[in-house]
Design a protein around this ligand. Structure first.
Ligand code: BV8
Length: 281
């Protein structure tokens, strides 16, 4: 396997690989940095701006009630970007690790904050999507929150409605101001919203339950490509560390989790993971 351009601390690499080989249930938490090498902008890095907005300003029920056309332009553009994106070596390395764990009778749970479904595209199977999927839609109550009485459903029609065609470019000065009636609606005429978890919204209790079970039983935890500032995911590393479980971080910069990780590999996930996990991608 071609050695990566990343220069490992060999002692840390060997110690981590011993922990990896001894682990029986590995939990991996991924964030936007895992998809950065697929060309998908992260939230808090240079690419985190769309027009003059931080992504976090638009990923809220309040923003949707205030300007549903603007929020739909933003998500339509992200669907366009992701539809042209492919999984990168980080995604493939994690899928290869899951396959090896299965062959060795070990468990691997991949908990992702990402909504781009590139882990699935790379072949990962055991995935917990904390924040939903960019390809899902759902109905919104009058405050813009996900309706409790139904789960989001996938609709990969692109554009979702003709009015969104060609809209959403991050560089234009003027918003499309699409009339409400021309935005996505269901067959009963209810306005639809992206089926993701927005800031200020609770996560799906079933999803949280699955994640909690994995966190309580794992014996190795890896955090990859996340700034670890968004809760509840940001609290997972400390929760597992409290049980004395070893933590590893693969991240371009330091994060809120770095200080509690025994193993820290600072660099690009796509360059580090194939050699770190000893997989061929
Ligand atoms: C909730 C979907 C409760 C939408 C997203 C406790 C304390 C403080 C605040 C809170 C708290 N509890 C709740 C909150 C509020 C809030 C929160 O955490 N706010 C933060 C900002 C302080 N949390 C919530 O609102 C959550 N809800 O807790 O509910 C509740 C209960 C009942 C009733 C009401 C409420 C919901 C949060 C979910 C929000 N939705 N996404 C969408 O995507 O449009 S979160 C969004 O941020 C994305 O999912 C993203 O993944 C996630 C986290 O960001 P990161 O993935 O970490 O991305 P970031 O850009 O920050 O970092 C990327 C990292 O990668 C960087 O470190 C970079 O260095 C690195 N990197 C870059 N390139 C590479 C790389 N690494 C490796 N290789 C590379 N090549």
């Amino acid at each position: 396997m071609a050695a990566s351009s990343y220069r490992f601390d060999q002692t840390m690499l060997r110690s981590f690989q011993t922990s990896l080989n001894n682990a029986k249930h590995i939990v991996i938490l991924t964030g936007a940095g895992t998809s950065a090498e697929s060309g998908i902008p992260t939230f808090r890095g240079a690419g985190g701006l769309w027009r003059k907005y931080q992504a976090t300003e638009l990923a809220t029920p309040e923003a949707f009630v205030r300007d549903p056309s603007l929020v739909w332009e933003f998500y339509h553009w992200r669907r366009e970007v992701v539809s042209r994106s492919k999984p990168n070596k980080a995604h493939f390395a994690l899928a290869a690790l899951e396959k090896r764990c299965k062959e060795e009778g070990k468990k691997l749970t991949l908990i992702t904050q990402n909504i781009d479904r590139l882990h699935q595209a790379a072949g990962s199977k055991s995935i917990i999507e904390l924040h939903g999927s960019l390809w899902d839609v759902c109905s919104a109550d009058r405050h813009g929150y996900r309706s409790d009485d139904q789960k989001p459903w996938e609709d990969r029609t692109q554009p979702l409605v003709p009015a969104l065609q060609g809209q959403g470019a991050p560089t234009v000065k003027h918003h499309a101001n699409i009339p409400l009636k021309n935005l996505p609606h269901d067959s009963q005429g209810h306005l639809l919203r992206p089926g993701v978890v927005w800031f200020g919204e609770g996560l799906d209790p079933d999803v949280l339950g699955e994640a909690a079970e994995a966190l309580q039983t794992c014996d190795l935890f890896m955090t990859i490509g996340t700034s670890s500032v968004v809760y509840p995911a940001a609290g997972f590393a400390a929760q597992v560390a409290a049980r004395g479980v070893p933590l590893a971080e693969v991240n371009l910069d330091t994060s809120e989790a770095t200080d509690i990780c025994q193993y820290v590999f600072q660099g690009k996930a796509g360059e580090i993971l194939p050699e770190l996990l000893d997989v061929t991608v």
